[in-house]
Design a protein around this ligand. Structure first.
Ligand SMILES: [Mg+2]
Length: 360
C-alpha cells in the first residue's frame, strides 16, 4: 500500500525543527546548580491557582506535565522545587539561540521561545549536519540541550524532533515520509486537536494508515471534502506549508473548537478575551503590532463568518483586541446560533522599531 517512492513535494525543501529540552527548567538549573538533578517545576507556587509552565525530566518521572495545576503537581511530586518563571531571561536566551540559527539561515519561524522551524534548503551543508552543528553550538555556548527533527517539511520535522528527546536528532528522508507517518496516531498531526481526534476515532480512524486504507467516498461523506483531502495529504507525510519567518508573516491568529457549542454571551465573551490574550502574547513575543483585528465564528452547522476592523494605531494590547472582538461579535449571530469555533486574528503588521533583534 505505502509507496517507498517519494512524492514530488517531498523533494522541494529541507526543514529542521529545533526544540529545546525542558527549556525554562533547564535554564533555571543551569543558572542555579543547586537545582541540578532535582525535580524542578517552573510556574506558579504550589499553593496558588497557577499552572506548570515547564518541568524538568526528574519531575516528569512523577507524572508532572505542562499546563497542570501546580497544586496537583505538588501532590504528585511532594519534593518538587517550585521556581517562578523569569521570562526576561528566557527571552534573552531565546535570542541567543536565534543567533546560532542565523549562522545557517534567515528563514526561521519561531513557534514559541524554545521552538522554531528552519528552512535550510539550498545550504551547502547537509541538513543533518546543520542540525548537529546547531545542537552542539547550543550546548557548548549556552550549556543547554536541544532536540532536532530533520525532514522534507514542517509536519514531519516537528513530529521527528520529539522522538529522540532529550538531546537527540531524528532524520526522516523523503522516501521514508510515508512509512514514518503510517503507524502514527492522528493526534500527532499538527492541527488535529482533541475534538477532531474524537470525531475521527468514532469513525474507526486512529492512525494515519487507517485513513489511507479507508474508502475516499466514505471519508468525504463523513468528514467533508476539505478535511478529507487535507487529512489524506498529511497521512502520507505531505505538507507544503512554507517556513514563515516573522518578517514575512502576514497575520497571526488563535482559534479554538469547543467540546460543546456555546450559546451564552458571557461565556463567549470570556473565550474571546482568552483568545485575544493569546494573540497578544504571540504578537509581543514576535515584537509585532497590528492594525486589523479579525473575528472568525463557525456555527454549529459549520457555516462560517468573519468580521474585521482596522484600528488607527497599531497595537498588541490584549484588552483592545478583546474589546474590538466583542464589538464585532454583535455583528454576527453570536448568542442566537450555537457557536462551534471562535478565532481571533491580527494582521497589517508593523514591526516594533526600537530593537533590531527579533525574539525567537
Ligand atoms: Mg521544548
Amino acid at each position: 500500500m505505502i509507496s517507498e517512492r517519494a512524492h514530488h513535494s517531498l523533494l522541494k525543501r529541507k526543514i529542521v525543527h529545533i526544540d529545546m529540552d525542558c527549556f525554562y527548567a533547564a535554564v533555571e538549573a543551569r543558572d542555579n546548580p543547586r537545582l541540578k538533578g532535582l525535580p524542578v517545576v517552573v510556574g506558579g507556587q504550589p499553593n496558588s491557582r497557577g499552572v506548570v509552565a515547564t518541568c524538568s525530566y526528574e519531575a516528569r518521572k512523577f507524572g508532572v506535565k505542562s499546563a497542570m495545576a501546580c497544586s496537583h503537581a505538588k501532590k504528585l511530586c511532594p519534593t518538587a522545587i517550585f521556581v517562578s518563571p523569569n521570562f526576561k531571561k528566557y527571552k534573552l536566551v531565546s535570542s541567543q539561540i536565534r543567533s546560532i540559527f542565523q549562522r545557517y539561515t534567515n528563514k526561521i519561524e519561531p513557534l514559541s521561545l524554545d521552538e522554531a522551524y528552519l528552512d535550510v534548503t539550498g545550504h551547502k551543508l547537509y541538513a543533518t549536519k546543520i542540525a548537529q552543528n546547531i545542537c552542539s553550538s547550543i550546548f557548548e555556548e549556552l550549556k543547554l540541550t536541544a532536540s532536532a527533527g530533520v525532514a522534507p517539511n514542517k509536519l514531519i520535522a516537528k513530529i521527528a524532533s520529539d522522538i529522540n528527546k532529550p538531546n537527540g536528532i531524528t532524520i526522516v528522508r523523503p522516501h521514508e515520509a510515508a512509512s514514518f507517518m503510517a503507524p502514527l496516531s492522528l493526534r500527532k498531526i499538527n492541527g488535529i486537536g482533541p475534538v477532531t481526534e474524537k470525531k475521527l476515532s468514532n469513525l474507526g480512524l486512529v492512525r494515519c494508515k487507517d485513513v489511507l486504507e479507508k474508502d475516499e467516498v466514505f471519508l468525504v461523506k463523513n468528514l467533508g471534502k476539505r478535511l478529507t483531502y487535507w487529512l489524506l495529504e498529511r497521512c502520507q507525510g505531505i505538507d507544503n506549508r512554507d517556513v514563515e519567518s516573522t518578517r514575512t508573516r502576514k497575520s497571526l491568529s488563535c482559534e479554538d473548537t469547543f467540546l460543546n457549542d456555546l450559546i451564552d454571551k458571557n461565556q463567549i465573551n470570556f473565550e474571546l478575551c482568552r483568545l485575544a490574550s493569546k494573540v497578544s502574547s504571540s504578537l509581543q513575543k514576535n515584537q509585532l503590532t497590528g492594525r486589523t483585528i479579525t473575528l472568525k465564528v463557525k456555527y454549529f452547522n459549520f457555516t462560517q463568518v468573519t468580521r474585521s476592523r482596522t484600528i488607527t494605531q497599531p497595537s498588541s494590547c490584549p484588552e483592545l483586541i478583546a474589546n474590538v472582538c466583542i464589538d464585532l461579535a454583535s455583528k454576527t449571530e453570536i448568542g442566537k446560533k450555537p457557536v462551534r469555533l471562535l478565532g481571533v486574528g491580527m494582521s497589517s503588521f508593523e514591526e516594533v522599531k526600537e530593537t533590531q533583534e527579533l525574539i525567537f
